[in-house]
Design a protein around this ligand. Structure first.
Ligand code: GSH
Length: 332
């Protein structure tokens, strides 16, 4: 079915829009077990981020097989998920809210993975109860990670991508025909610098915090935690004389970095034990993070209530992590 958004762009919607919304039953670890076993890679040497198998790309001319078109694509995100927030921020910075639709899964998970429940709303596309259904519709018997973000193609009824970096980049560039004027997050002359910085941030900060948590030797923990702290220091120095990472204008790397900073003191630092003092120990970085938070694209895609995480009571690997208390920072 089709309805028309405020902009006049036709938006394809799914069965749950036409009838009673459907929801998954409450998360129930007693019945379904915790999410993870059988799906999350374990036992590899060091922290290994799982492979994300759906890597389709959207292009303005459709040469990749997926043409940028209004109303064709949908994003599923989780409020807690920094990878999903990067996609949501770019969508809003580019003014694509009515071009690429977005909805949220519930915050709680059991062995069935991400689900649609009353708190965050139904799935508006197909009336799925579980995000797994989108993966199953794409690849029956799919055994891998049920992760967010997910980019879904209404036309083919398949997942295009579950890789946030690719989705972010494509939203930055492929939908310019419908984007807000002037919102250039990846200007042509800066692309190689942007890609290099994105990679540096991924390796050292965004994925870096997970590597600290996942280290299973004392030496691995110490070196990965020091690396994150040193890079935060380097970013702090970089931001001493400029407003954003690449100067006076928000660019893609700012979007890549920010969700990790937003979750640092409530989740990554207390869980993994990374830097004493947290984000406020890096004054320029902290001021930069608050400055970005004033922008609606960052603020409206944030829900700090969903970020808080506690460290595991005991680590099976015996690695001793420094104790860091969670801190609820004042972002105003
Ligand atoms: N490399 C992925 C990472 C996505 C990711 O780790 N998402 C988390 C939530 S923040 C998730 O859904 N994890 C479940 C899983 O990986 O099985 C991306 O960049 O999109």
């Amino acid at each position: 079915m089709t309805r028309t958004a405020d902009s006049g762009i036709p938006v394809l919607t799914g069965p749950s829009d036409s009838g009673t919304p459907v929801f998954a039953s409450p998360a129930d670890i007693g019945t379904y077990g915790p999410y993870g076993p059988g799906r999350v890679a374990e036992g590899a040497e060091g922290w290994q981020r799982p492979r994300y198998p759906f890597r389709g790309r959207i292009t303005a001319d459709g040469s990749s097989g997926y043409r940028a078109e209004p109303g064709r694509y949908h994003l599923w995100a989780a409020w807690s998920c920094g990878w999903a927030q990067r996609v949501a921020i770019v969508r809003k910075l580019k003014g694509l809210e009515e071009v690429v639709t977005l909805s949220y899964v519930d915050d709680e998970r059991d062995g069935r993975g991400w689900a649609f429940r009353e708190r965050r709303g139904p799935d508006p596309v197909r009336g799925f109860r579980l995000l797994l259904e989108a993966y199953e519709a794409t690849e029956p018997g799919y055994p891998g990670h049920i992760s967010t973000p997910v980019l879904w193609d209404r036309r083919t009824g398949r997942i295009v991508s579950n890789h946030s970096g690719d989705i972010t980049t494509d939203l930055c560039t492929a939908f310019d025909a419908w984007a807000a004027p002037g919102a250039d997050l990846r200007p042509e002359p800066l692309r190689s610098e942007i890609d290099e910085l994105n990679e540096y941030l991924y390796e050292n900060v965004n994925d870096g915090v997970y590597r600290v948590d996942g280290a299973f030797t004392q030496a691995g923990y110490e070196s990965s935690r020091q690396r994150v702290c040193q890079v935060l220091e380097a970013l702090d120095a970089r931001l001493a004389d400029r407003r954003y990472l690449l100067g006076d204008v928000v660019r893609e790397p700012d979007v890549r970095l920010w969700p990790t900073l937003a979750r640092f003191d409530l989740a990554y630092n207390p869980v993994a034990g990374i830097c004493r003092g947290g984000l406020r120990a890096f004054p320029h970085l902290w001021a930069y993070a608050r400055d970005l938070y004033r922008l609606p694209a960052f603020r409206d895609t944030s829900d700090f209530g969903a970020y808080r995480m506690s460290p595991p009571p005991e680590r099976a690997d015996g690695v001793r992590h420094i104790d860091v208390d969670p801190a609820d920072l004042d972002w105003r």
